[in-house]
Ligand binder design. Structure first.
Ligand code: ADP
Ligand code: MG
Length: 703
């Protein structure tokens, strides 16, 4: 782009050095070009005027009124000093309140004259008021810079105090446009624009800030979203291609004895269609000579462990070692036991390594591992300690990947002399759109089918007054021989309070279910790992009827006989967490239940979450909804990795289709010109480089 776009915003009217610094710090806006790419986050219809009477006190959106000034009055003193302007229209009256620029506003607002005001209504002592509304004359002509559909720009508290509110930002964008308009150069090649029937960049920028009408605004936004998502996809896919070119993978050619023995003799049930398909995908990957880097998504209980084990057997059959890393000791131990049990009688040396593994045991285990005498090592992050050395590590499984930090993952990759194949597993269903951006450089497999014979979990919502009914239900289930989870929320900031909640709850439960007829255990975050393990183990072995817990049991625990999950204060949990918790039951053949207990007061969002939980068991559906309710930055499972770039206009929750188009386009472009070297693609290389900070952050560590 030309010079004007690179110029600092400092030189725009009314900015200067101080404000320029603030704009950069608060909004990341440094240049005139940045301003043109600082898009409104929503638009308001300036053609519509509200009557004072029709304003809904519940609604806090910006609105526009046409009012006459009836009186102006100074009120309060000191910091509370303010200008109160009484206004009225044909339907009623309201007040405008100014704490700043009092003298100036007093001069502007003449009694008896009519003004257009624009602001957010509030109700105070039964009166409607507007604090610091935008005030305009009714005489101004409508033109491009006073459009009927006006953008609202997000701003910050600090900017606001420096008089850089949304209106001022709009003015700056107007100024930026006038300075740079003629130097805007197209960022997409002509054939891409033609193929997707996109608006040109100049027109798109004009219409996104100063829309001539709703249709042009829509086209403008579409074009800018496409450009943004294309840039990101070009970046992600280039990285992936570079990795694939660079990292050779071990070739696992044969399917050998262990795999076949397991499949023919040990497998206790038929694999689901989805498990078979995913195994095929993995086998194909491992035979190509490229290093596999695959994300396996599958809802809780979909049988990922088995896929991991069978893939590991392929590696072992080809003369390599494999390892499975789980996020907690409970889980690692559980994997170790179930895998040892399933492979009993086979020629397979399986070992377990945890943080709490004693020195004596380590002294035996570590040398054996290094000598290649262990085929499959299962463990926690203890696996990535420096002194854990494999002889020939060919395959790595990382279970419940969202629990691990990025660096931990990165370290494990580099254990061998070359790169092992990697399978990352997650039970947090990630919507497709998010997976494509977050994990765009991994291949994704999905297990979208539960093992046959599982009865869908029945979910019910009870308010507090149904507690006795809930107790009665629990009693019935216990009489049938089942076990019960009761979970309390844990929010770190108020751990004390939550602990109190849990203690109260535990006392209540113990009173309602008194020993010795009933055994109730508690597990919470304040207990030592060994204590936790001990209680969990008792529960697993059926020695207790009820397990009262904070959400520490969230991930992966498998107790098939537990058939009821009661979630207390369910409104305080996120949707994906609720779904994860629910996934703890429904693992056996019995009908299972999830009871969501809430107070009467539910926010709109909480109500939606609870309703969704009652309506569906489908984790992907819930994840999509979660994304819509909360926005991508917040999704569980993505918090750690986060989006490595800010999306300026695209919305992953809503723009799935555009993302797919951009993804396809990026693939096609890179297939023809992998390094974007042709002159026609120079603009695309520049576009891609805007997102190059994404590099080496997350999954690209394998280089
Ligand atoms: P997750 O995907 O949540 O890790 P698991 O691997 O723990 O699920 O499997 C959940 C349960 O389902 C386990 O008890 C496992 O033995 C069982 N399972 C796995 N695959 C099948 C299958 N194809 N048919 C029946 N049960 C299965
Ligand atoms: Mg699992």
């Amino acid at each position: 782009m030309g010079n004007a776009l690179d110029r600092s915003v400092m030189f725009l009217p009314g900015v200067g050095e101080v404000r320029a610094k603030l704009l950069e710090k608060e909004l990341g806006v440094r240049t005139v070009g940045d301003l043109l790419y600082y898009f409104p986050y929503r638009y308001i219809d300036r053609s519509k005027f509200f009557a004072i009477r029709e304003v809904d006190p519940e609604e806090s959106a910006y609105i526009q009124l046409r009012v006459r000034v009836e009186g102006v009055q100074l009120a309060g003193g000191g910091p509370k000093k303010r200008l109160v302007v009484h206004v009225r229209d044909a339907s009623g009256s309201a007040e405008l309140v100014f704490f700043q620029h009092i003298a100036w506003n007093q001069k502007q607002l003449e009694v008896g004259r009519e003004y257009i005001i624009f602001g957010r209504p509030a109700f105070f002592n039964g009166r409607m008021n507007f604090v610091h509304p935008e005030v305009g004359s009714t005489l101004v002509q409508n033109d491009r810079f006073h459009p009927e559909t006006q953008g609202v720009y997000s701003t910050t508290e600090r900017l606001n105090t420096q008089h850089l509110g949304t209106r001022k930002i709009f003015d700056l964008v107007c100024a930026a446009w006038q300075v740079a308009e003629r130097e805007i150069e197209e960022t997409l090649p002509a054939d891409v624009i033609r193929a997707h029937e996109l608006m040109g960049l100049r027109e798109a920028l004009l219409n996104v800030h100063f829309p001539a009408n709703a249709n042009l605004l829509k086209q403008a936004r579409l074009r800018l979203k496409f450009e943004e998502l294309l840039g990101i996809q070009l970046q992600i896919l280039s990285q992936r291609n570079a990795r694939v070119r660079k990292n050779r993978g071990y070739v696992f050619r044969k399917i050998g004895d262990r795999f076949n023995t397991f499949y023919n003799e040990k497998l206790p049930f038929e694999l689901t269609g989805a498990q078979k398909r995913v195994l095929k995908e993995i086998r194909a990957d491992m035979a190509t000579g490229r290093q596999m880097n695959r994300l396996l998504q599958g809802d809780v209980g979909s049988g990922k462990t088995l896929v991991a084990l069978m893939s590991a057997l392929i590696a072992v059959d080809n003369g390599f070692q494999a390892c499975i890393m789980a996020p907690t000791e409970i889980l690692a131990t559980q994997h170790y036991h179930s895998i040892s049990r399933m492979t009993r009688g086979m020629v397979l040396r399986v070992a377990l390594l945890k943080g709490s593994t004693g020195k004596k045991e380590r002294n035996l285990l570590l040398p054996a591992l290094e000598a290649g005498e262990i085929d499959l090592l299962i463990g926690t992050h203890a696996l990535i300690e420096d002194n854990v050395r494999f002889s020939k590590l060919g395959f790595v499984v990382i279970d419940e990947q969202h629990r691990f930090g990025v660096e931990q993952r990165a370290r494990l990759w580099n254990k061998g002399d070359a790169f092992p194949h990697i399978l990352v597993m997650t039970a947090t269903p990630i919507p497709r759109t998010l997976a494509m951006t977050l994990y765009g450089d991994l291949d994704v497999s999905v297990i979208d089918e539960l093992p046959a014979g599982r009865k869908p979990i029945r979910t019910v919502h009870y308010f507090e007054n149904s507690r006795l009914k809930m107790f009665g239900f629990i009693r019935q289930q216990i009489a049938l021989g089942r076990q019960i989870y009761i979970v309390y929320p844990l929010i770190q900031e108020s751990e004390k309070m939550d602990y109190a909640d849990l203690e109260d709850g535990y006392a209540g439960i113990s009173a309602a279910f008194p020993p010795p007829d009933f055994v109730t255990l508690a597990v919470h975050g304040r207990m030592k790992a060994a204590e936790k393990d001990f209680s969990m183990d008792l529960f697993k072995r059926g020695k207790a009827h009820i397990l009262v817990a904070t959400s520490v049991i969230e991930v992966g625990v498998d107790v098939p006989n537990a058939s009821v999950m009661v979630i207390e204060s369910a409104e305080r949990f996120g949707l994906s967490q609720l779904h994860q918790l629910r996934g703890r039951v429904g693992r056996g053949a019995e009908q299972s239940y999830c009871v969501l207990m809430t107070s009467y007061k539910l926010s709109r969002e909480s109500r939606k979450r609870i309703e969704a939980m009652v309506a569906t068991n489908d984790g992907f559906e819930l994840a999509e909804l979660d994304l819509k309710l909360r926005g991508p930055g917040d999704l569980q499972g993505t918090q750690q990795s986060g989006l490595a770039f800010d999306l300026k206009i695209a919305d992953l929750a809503r723009d799935g289709q555009v993302l797919q188009l951009a993804r396809d386009a990026a693939e096609k472009i890179l297939a023809a010109d992998p390094l974007l070297e042709t002159p026609a693609n120079a603009c695309l290389r520049a576009l891609k480089d805007r997102y190059s900070s994404h590099e080496d952050r997350d999954f690209s560590m394998i280089s």
